[in-house]
Design a protein around this ligand. Structure first.
Ligand SMILES: [Fe+2]
Length: 162
């Protein structure tokens, strides 16, 4: 833990803050995998809807990159080190990687809906824990991210009704 930076210093229960920080590492690992997975789909999408998905995945990985940084820096503010290795990320992540091969829009949409749904459920758990110790800033970050994933679940769901 970096000197001077402790959860207590900003009025947070350190045991609970540690548990939240551990869970934020799992979320970070998921964001790391998601970042590459979205590039995979950006590069390998084929068939109907190519243009839309090619563009959409770029918008998504750019947003994920910002989220990664914000979550990692929140951990640092609390005095904890964020996961910053792919090896560690692969061990911790809850989502799975996709193979490097052609993939169509509807398959991409259903994979992402599934990943985003799982992430959203996990974020709600962490957000509840953060709310318990009045860690409003973490709750705010997670609330934004929940909104982002929910909005994209809704948008991507349009692909599965055609
Ligand atoms: Fe590109």
């Amino acid at each position: 833990m970096a000197e001077g930076l402790t959860p207590e210093k900003i009025g947070l229960d350190s045991k609970k803050a540690y548990k939240i920080a551990e869970r934020l590492n799992v979320y970070l690992a998921d964001l790391n995998l998601l970042y590459l997975k979205l590039h995979n789909f950006h590069w390998n999408v084929v068939g109907m809807g190519f243009y839309d998905l090619h563009e959409k995945t770029e918008e998504l990985y750019e947003a994920v990159s910002e989220k990664l940084d914000r979550v990692a820096e929140r951990k640092l503010m609390l005095g904890f080190k964020p996961t910053a290795s792919m090896k560690e990320s692969l061990k911790l992540a809850t989502i799975k990687e996709a193979p490097s091969k052609d993939i169509n829009s509807t398959t991409i949409a259903s994979i992402l809906i599934n990943d985003f749904s799982n992430i959203v459920k996990y974020l709600r758990e962490i957000s509840d824990m953060a709310a318990e110790i009045n860690d409003e800033y973490t709750v705010g970050i997670l609330g934004d991210d929940i909104g982002f994933f929910e909005k994209n679940i809704w948008m991507l769901s349009a692909y599965n009704t055609r």
